[in-house]
Design a protein around this ligand. Sequence first.
Ligand SMILES: *[C@@H]1O[C@H](CO)[C@@H](O)[C@H](O)[C@H]1NC(C)=O
Ligand SMILES: *[C@@H]1O[C@H](CO)[C@@H](O)[C@H](O)[C@H]1NC(C)=O
Ligand SMILES: *[C@@H]1O[C@H](CO)[C@@H](O)[C@H](O)[C@H]1NC(C)=O
Ligand SMILES: *[C@@H]1O[C@H](CO)[C@@H](O)[C@H](O)[C@H]1NC(C)=O
Ligand SMILES: *[C@@H]1O[C@H](CO)[C@@H](O)[C@H](O)[C@H]1NC(C)=O
Ligand SMILES: *[C@@H]1O[C@H](CO)[C@@H](O)[C@H](O)[C@H]1NC(C)=O
Length: 573
Amino acid sequence: MTFSWLSSIIPVPGYLLSMAVFNFLWLCLLLLITGLGESKPTPAGCTLPSLLDATQSELQAGLRLGCFTSVELVQTYIHRINEVNSKLNAVLQINPDALKIAERLDWQRQQGRTYGPLHGLPILVKDLIGTYDRMETAAGSLALVGSKVREDATVVANLRKGGAIILGKTSMSEWANARSSISSNGWNARGGQTYAAYHEEQDPSGSSSGSAVATDLGLAFAALGTETSGSIILPSEKSNIVGIKPTVGLTSRYMVIPVSEREDTIGPMARTVRDAAIVLQVIVGEDAEDNYTLVSPFHHKYPDYTAACNLTGLQDKRIGIPRNVIATLPNFLGSTADPIIASFERAVAVMEEAGATIVEDANFTAYEALLRSETPQRVVAADMLSGLADYLSRLTSNPNHLGGLEDVRNFTQHSPGEDFPMRDTHLWDMALFAGMNNTSPDFWPVYQQALHFGEDGGLLGALSRDGLDAVILPSCAATSVPGIIGTPVITVPFDAFPAGTSIRYNTRGDLIDAAPGIPLGISFLGPKWSEESLIAMAYAFEQRTLTRRKLHREVEPRNQLLDLPNWNRSSCG
Ligand SMILES: *[C@@H]1O[C@H](CO)[C@@H](O)[C@H](O)[C@H]1NC(C)=O
Ligand SMILES: *[C@@H]1O[C@H](CO)[C@@H](O)[C@H](O)[C@H]1NC(C)=O
Ligand SMILES: *[C@@H]1O[C@H](CO)[C@@H](O)[C@H](O)[C@H]1NC(C)=O
Ligand SMILES: *[C@@H]1O[C@H](CO)[C@@H](O)[C@H](O)[C@H]1NC(C)=O
Ligand SMILES: *[C@@H]1O[C@H](CO)[C@@H](O)[C@H](O)[C@H]1NC(C)=O
Ligand SMILES: *[C@@H]1O[C@H](CO)[C@@H](O)[C@H](O)[C@H]1NC(C)=O
């Protein structure tokens, strides 16, 4: 299936070119009339959306009307990536076949064949997600450079079936942040340090750092990220975008480099809730290669996530606030907790105005105990020992002959580009030292203990005690409990640190994680499989606030569809 996309390359037919020439002439006429041309409708009814914020419906309308082609979209996104990548390092690799794939999809559109809402739209995927093509799948590491997966990850296969163009691989915290205790978010040996765009040296958070930054800056229509604990939600917050962390099992993890089979999940990162819902719709599904997907309640009839985007989504919803979780924020964040909490209270007021009932003190009763416990990390370590060995055994090419975590650690410690020991391998050292994998007899009781923090003592307890539809939290505090039990979270842009916020660096002292203008998000948490309801709430909240476009970036790409050489203004007339 995948192979056929890449192998059959069909040239652009003549009438498509003449269509482009026709549109080009209209555009030139328009430019002559108006003098300059930003997002002006042409007589043919064309609007060229700014790629910084272009939505699925704007892009599909432009493609359908022939205002631009997928080839032109790919070209422009590549220009935009090249404009900012030397500074921000968001993208590790551009798909060398992206233009050919776009040509083929343009041709199919001309034939009246489209594969759905993503037809012809370029999407970036995290370097952890397997692509059976000419790109690497390496989790940012040198250890896996040159390795080959035997087929596309199921989520990638689903994207291709849905007509999306895999534009490239995004940068990330190496090994999804499961290697070192002293590294920085968004750093990997393959691409170096990723930065977000709202402040000099901004910490992009992680581990799906590049997916977040690239989506924010319109380097593609959207991106896929992965989350074990926080890796979609936290970088989405810091880059002012929407991230959906789906229920574990809603999206297949097949051919994705694993951290923990109990916690890993693949999800969309987009600029609007609706666009994230559209991407989610395409990647969900049962997959015999990942049996966690087989216990979904949906059985081939998945909810319509796009239809859930409804302005009444917050009306009559019971939404809880775990005040004891919020009360711990100053312990971690010092004085920067104050603006986060103040912003959160404003978000609560918006939800009340939208018809939600707010339930105070929907506390996570075991949260303080969770903060002192290492049990959840032991579960992840055990899963990683088993899961990585399994992933490596499925590769069709494994140039460094890696059999498991021990080999990966040894390779990394001997590879100068891996910055060892300045960036250590502490998480692997601990996992190997503990020696407990997830088939060990010791594992099950540890796992049950961890579940308590998320179930009775955490989110599920709060939801059932107070009959809640959802729980809300500042996004920075929203991910540890859902991580343990595999429940969904959605973050929506809401605010930014105000003027006067004191600048705070990460623990390495090389990235700024709090400063005026750095974005803040609000997260919605629900029980397993509740994405439809969470999307409805997130959409209603987003539409009442629409803060994303109000924030100021330090870096923005300037290239737009208009700037392509064949639309060069100076050649008009
Ligand atoms: C999935 O399959 C594995 C063996 O391949 C088994 O150990 C596990 O219990 C199964 N999980 C589910 C949720 O069916
Ligand atoms: C929005 O959702 C409500 C409740 O689910 C439903 O009654 C209504 O018809 C929906 N509106 C639209 C425009 O879909
Ligand atoms: C919930 O947590 C808050 C903040 O720690 C605390 O003041 C309140 O008493 C708690 N409520 C319940 C019902 O435990
Ligand atoms: C898991 O550990 C057991 C010993 O407890 C060992 O026999 C087995 O090979 C290990 N499996 C993996 C995948 O590491
Ligand atoms: C560790 O890596 C080094 C360098 O790649 C290699 O020479 C050595 O054989 C490896 N040791 C083990 C135990 O695999
Ligand atoms: C547009 O044309 C001018 C003059 O010929 C040239 O300098 C410029 O590089 C062109 N722009 C693009 C995007 O190719």
